[in-house]
Design a protein around this ligand. Structure first.
Ligand code: EPU
Length: 336
């Protein structure tokens, strides 16, 4: 059923009080045909919403929001080393991670506690603590809105990059992701290269298991990142900027403490959180918008900030970064 003037406050992790003109809860593939056979005006402007944890609404949405609630996890392929699962886009990401751990599978344990749904994971190639989801996705199935048919892309065709994929580029707003295929290992391959994780992992004397990594990550995330149930936020608001070797040379001269990572000979990823903190803007607040006191890269809604207020605040932060370091921050969060 299509609902009108539906409130989205509970459906976006910033907790912004906005409405959508039309709302549809999509629960199964058959519903897609039902929806698109309607030949109605409201099909002209569509936005697919999953967990609502990477989006900032700056005004009411003047179109149809399709709330992806397609569920289900099934085994599709198995051998002695790997198991491939086909997962409904509307499954909760963290619950799915815990399910894979219960099944004795390894791969996505470092991505524990990332908010949102399975269907959103390939869109921005979610990543944390040394792991990116692209390494475990073998296929993505979707409904192509214009072509009115189910289609798929394999891992290579998805064109994954740092917080990037084909679903943020040429297929942006053109498809509804229905299922994601994950190829996970039956053997535990630990990734504990990431700073904080290394320390924690070394503390444990008994043999490490994938569940231990997951528990470590849950602990780290809970200590550093605000829980959207208590404080409105969408995780990192900006991407960590990638700069050239000549730029990093200049930056390290001016700011010897700067935190950065080498990607290759000419590309360096700079910690945007550090850049913001170094200007003195960690925990900074203007009205109800602010940066989080423990992680400057996270913009928070202290209580009743509007989407516009949060956007203006983010512009203020990126302007300060630009003026100080001559680095242009790119948004990680989708703005509507
Ligand atoms: N740092 C600061 N000040 C800050 C924040 C960070 O100096 O205010 C420093 C930290 O001390 C650390 C480095 O910057 O040395 C990296 O910080 P952190 O481990 O918190 O990670 P991040 O680069 O700020 C990225 C992801 C996060 C992910 C973490 C952990 C992006 C845009 N963000 O943040 O993802 O959880 O790494 O792997 O790449 C998200 O995408 O929403 C998200 C939370």
């Amino acid at each position: 059923m299509i609902l009108k003037n539906y409130n989205l406050k509970a459906l976006n992790s910033f907790g912004v009080d906005v409405k959508t003109k039309y709302y549809y809860a999509l629960q199964k593939i058959d519903d897609i045909n039902f929806l698109f056979n309607q030949k109605k005006q409201f099909l002209k402007k569509i936005l697919v919403l999953g967990g609502g944890s990477n989006i900032l609404f700056t005004k009411d949405y003047d179109g149809l929001i399709i709330h992806n609630q397609i569920k289900g996890i099934e085994k599709v392929e198995e051998n002695k080393d790997f198991l491939t699962l086909r997962v409904g886009a509307g499954e909760n990401w963290h619950k799915f991670v815990l399910y894979t751990l219960k099944m004795g599978l390894s791969g996505i344990e470092n991505l524990s506690l990332i908010p949102g749904c399975v269907g959103a994971a390939p869109i921005q190639n979610i990543g944390a603590y040394g792991v990116e989801v692209k390494d475990f996705i073998s296929k993505v199935e979707f409904y192509h809105i214009k072509e009115r048919k189910i289609d798929k892309k394999n891992k290579i065709e998805c064109n994954f990059g740092y917080r990037d994929s084909i679903f943020k580029k040429s297929l942006k707003n053109k498809v509804i992701i229905t299922h994601v295929y994950f190829k996970l290992s039956k053997k535990f391959n630990k990734v504990i290269s990431y700073g904080t994780l290394k320390e924690l992992a070394q503390k444990k004397s008994t043999e490490l298991k994938a569940e231990d990594i997951s528990n470590f990550i849950i602990e780290i995330r809970n200590s550093k990142l605000p829980n959207p149930e208590n404080i409105g936020n969408a995780g990192s608001f900006f991407k960590n900027p990638i700069v050239s070797s000549s730029k990093i040379e200049k930056l390290t001269k001016d700011y010897p403490q700067i935190i950065y990572f080498k990607i290759d000979n000419n590309n360096y990823k700079v910690s945007a959180g550090w850049l913001i903190e170094n200007i003195g803007l960690k925990g900074y607040r203007k009205g109800d918008a602010g940066t989080y006191e423990k992680q400057a890269l996270v913009i928070i809604n202290h209580s009743n900030a509007s989407g516009k207020e949060l956007l203006l605040f983010s512009n203020f932060i990126s302007e300060k970064v630009l003026n100080t370091y001559d680095i242009k921050l790119e948004n990680e969060v989708n703005i509507y």
